[in-house]
Design a binder for this molecule. Structure first.
Ligand code: BEZ
Length: 200
């Protein structure tokens, strides 16, 4: 299987960490490509007409996207436990929360990268940060049980999201005011899967 990816993409990181965590990283060849919302670049649009990453080619079900579809596939194909059936909907909800943090953070990046300075909207960028910060606050106050539960897709997604905040939005200092998340992030960042995929 070939995974179209980009080392900066938190969604692609989530998928690659998924392959690592089910011991199937050797089943996939990672191909790094470059594109953005207004120019699909070398992302294979014949495989994914949305021109988005990650896109997984060569599965028994053909080409798969987006990250949630791919991680569900990885879990079933490799007999993993990324989506524990005992806690399935809570896991999927927390995955959606982490994916939403990634979405907002990537939109902030592209607002600055793709639009000329005079067209950038501070209100809009700050609005994305409000969503992120509110989600981090909710995790900090309510997620003790979640953070301490066995490592699953929601933890992978959250680790990828927080790693992306460090990578692209370190000026926002997400760790300040979120000590439990900070400690959790430090701990899971030591996992071989997270070390191998750290964006730089
Ligand atoms: C980035 O450079 O921040 C980025 C690249 C690919 C996908 C998402 C974000």
């Amino acid at each position: 299987m070939k995974l179209y990816s980009n080392p900066a993409s938190p969604f692609a990181r989530k998928v690659i960490v998924g392959f690592w965590e089910v011991n199937a990283i050797n089943e996939v060849e990672v191909i790094n490509v470059i594109g953005n919302p207004v120019d699909s670049g070398d992302i294979p649009i014949t495989e994914n007409p949305l021109g988005k990453l990650p896109t997984l080619v060569g599965t028994p079900f053909g080409t798969l996207y987006d990250s949630r579809v791919i991680t569900q596939f990885i879990d079933r194909h490799c007999d993993g436990d990324l989506y524990p059936s005992s806690n399935l909907f809570e896991t999927m909800k927390m995955e959606a929360l982490a994916d939403g943090i990634m979405d907002a953070a990537v939109l902030m990046t592209y607002e600055k990268r793709v639009r000329s300075e005079d067209k950038q909207s501070k209100v809009w960028v700050d609005g994305q940060w409000v969503k992120i910060n509110r989600s981090l606050d909710a995790l900090e106050s309510n997620a003790k049980e979640f953070l301490n539960s066995s490592f699953n897709i929601a933890h992978i997604a959250l680790g990828s999201a927080l790693g992306y905040l460090d990578f692209r939005h370190s000026d926002r200092a997400w760790r300040s005011g979120h000590p439990k998340l900070n400690e959790w992030c430090e701990e899971i960042s030591q996992r071989p899967s997270m070390v191998a995929t750290k964006p730089e």
